[in-house]
Ligand binder design. Sequence first.
Ligand code: TXA
Ligand code: MG
Length: 329
Amino acid sequence: MSSAGPTTRVLPAGAAALAEAVRCLAAGGLVAFPTETVYGLGADAANGEAVARLYAAKGRPSFNPLIAHVDSMEAARRLAHFTPAAERLASLWPGPLTLVLRKPAGIRIADLATAGLDSIALRVPAHPLARELLQEFGSAIVAPSANRSGHVSPTTAGHVLADLQGRIDLILDGGPTKVGVESTIIACLDEPLLLRPGGLQREAIERTLGAALRDAPGAVQEARNAPLAPGMLASHYAPKASLRLEATSVASGEALLAFGPTPVPHPRDGPVLNLSPLGDLVEAAANLFAHLRALDASGAKAIAVMPIPRDGLGEAINDRLARAAAPRR
Ligand code: TXA
Ligand code: MG
């Protein structure tokens, strides 16, 4: 690869931008686009060279498989075997849900995109711009979060640019993403297993399944040590500053990531951001990565994080915070 890399253009959402994005993807280029969860870095899922460039742009370990995004259940069916539980869960599409399913032989997806596994991760996103892009492109787009490997996921076009300028071709700017944490990932190889808590809450999933959702062994609790969903490295979401979780007070010089109406005692010499002054977990999820980036950019060596409730989207928020606090590898 040349050292110069492509010039990264940022285009505001619109018909011209969409046409340009489709042209770029078809030519094997890399296009970042908003989904309702976070911005994704898209490549043509059938084009092995484009997928290889995508891994290179992110600096991602190539054993980490990608989510293939499609625009409809019909398209999803052509790429995977749906178990009865997967059929039920797919009724929650479009939305912040990814299903890991058995991969039939001979589908038009580059082996590199699934890291040679016999399973495939599929998602039908709900964001109107993502849906239009998928419809216009007409086949699957693989898209990891559009950040450098090891950084927090981007929730604005500016975050994408900060991480990937000169490494990708195009960024479609659709404003800040609504959900703010990545999709919930459920494996439906036989009985459904939660691989990653995310933007779709456990309660909605269990209601749809009519049963409790089991956590994949090691996946959620032991996030600290073991790659589980292959490539879910514990420190995946890390900012540069160290994180101190469940903080009940703040030391001098520490930044504070607060939650709720009453921030914990702090000396007021470090930056303070509140995920949700009203204590709303939906608002907190939407602000999580942007606030982590902003506190990190303040230069503080450490960020004290107040306790966040674990119900609803709190499960995904606490998962990302635990990963961000895990020791680097
Ligand atoms: O919300 C999201 O899911 C965003 C937006 C852009 O769609 N995407 C995203 O992708 O978070 P990424 O690549 O950052 O995370 C995908 C996760 C990885 O941890 C990967 O290991 C897991 O999905 N994964 C993909 N294919 C898998 C498979 N066949 N089996 C198990 N895990 C898989
Ligand atoms: Mg990611």
